[in-house]
Design a protein around this ligand. Sequence first.
Ligand SMILES: *[C@@H]1O[C@H](CO)[C@@H](O)[C@H](O)[C@H]1NC(C)=O
Ligand SMILES: *[C@@H]1O[C@H](CO)[C@@H](O)[C@H](O)[C@H]1NC(C)=O
Ligand SMILES: *[C@@H]1O[C@H](CO)[C@@H](O)[C@H](O)[C@H]1NC(C)=O
Ligand SMILES: *[C@@H]1O[C@H](CO)[C@@H](O)[C@H](O)[C@H]1NC(C)=O
Ligand SMILES: *[C@@H]1O[C@H](CO)[C@@H](O)[C@H](O)[C@H]1NC(C)=O
Ligand SMILES: *[C@@H]1O[C@H](CO)[C@@H](O)[C@H](O)[C@H]1NC(C)=O
Length: 217
Amino acid sequence: MLLNAIRVAVLLALESVMGTIAQSFNVTTPIFWQNTTITTPVTARIKTSENAFQPIFDNLVNQTSNSVEFKDNPPEFSMPGTFFWELALFDYLTNQTTYQDKVQSYFASVAKDNPDFSGQYLDTALVYGYAAMQAHRAYGDPLYLQYAENSWAFGYNWTIKPADVQAGSFPGMNWTIPPQCSVGTLAGGTFWQALGSDNTYINALATGLFCSLRIAC
Ligand SMILES: *[C@@H]1O[C@H](CO)[C@@H](O)[C@H](O)[C@H]1NC(C)=O
Ligand SMILES: *[C@@H]1O[C@H](CO)[C@@H](O)[C@H](O)[C@H]1NC(C)=O
Ligand SMILES: *[C@@H]1O[C@H](CO)[C@@H](O)[C@H](O)[C@H]1NC(C)=O
Ligand SMILES: *[C@@H]1O[C@H](CO)[C@@H](O)[C@H](O)[C@H]1NC(C)=O
Ligand SMILES: *[C@@H]1O[C@H](CO)[C@@H](O)[C@H](O)[C@H]1NC(C)=O
Ligand SMILES: *[C@@H]1O[C@H](CO)[C@@H](O)[C@H](O)[C@H]1NC(C)=O
């Protein structure tokens, strides 16, 4: 929760640094938001964001040859990936390379023994792919593009294609894909976890992350 609060604080501060971060959602300020006119100078806002990162660095332990973990949630593997993308995004938005070495060293730790970033949940690999995309945009290192492509290839295997919908089946699954669900076709949906042949859990995080990778790669 602390981490999420910090992420929101960092993103809000950054958003005001840059005016508007391009996103696919409706960025019109909702009328019920209060005091949205930010008068704090840009330099102060950047400083606030940097300060917000510090507790997260303090929480990030166990950077070993094959892992990075948060102290308060060691087995959870996707959260560190979300932190890498915030660092890279911060550098990109502020036109700096402050965290370049850190991001590179974190990625190297994780990728050493886990080059496609697979984890307990399928969306974990896609979190790292999305982080790699942000890092590539911020630092231009082609290695990150490779990481993003690896992640894409992984996500592709767990994403329902139009042909699967037409056939009514997905490789390895034993249930019938309906032609339509309540909001439209299931094509483009990405599975959340490799649970077995009766797994029908497709979630927004996996689907959204894979969709961003598909557009970028
Ligand atoms: C975006 O949000 C604003 C404010 O809530 C609303 O007035 C507007 O209709 C929304 N636009 C779309 C395309 O949903
Ligand atoms: C917004 O700013 C006004 C004037 O400074 C203040 O009285 C009010 O408490 C603020 N509202 C919030 C939600 O911070
Ligand atoms: C760090 O990793 C070591 C070895 O895997 C483990 O024994 C230890 O509990 C970890 N520490 C934390 C704080 O997660
Ligand atoms: C970013 O920094 C570089 C090198 O200092 C400069 O050439 C470029 O104009 C800057 N871009 C922005 C968007 O500030
Ligand atoms: C994707 O599936 C193909 C065909 O089953 C397999 O050869 C490939 O190794 C898989 N790729 C990843 C990254 O899982
Ligand atoms: C699908 O496989 C699961 C085991 O993974 C099994 O429990 C279930 O009965 C199977 N369903 C059908 C329709 O074959």
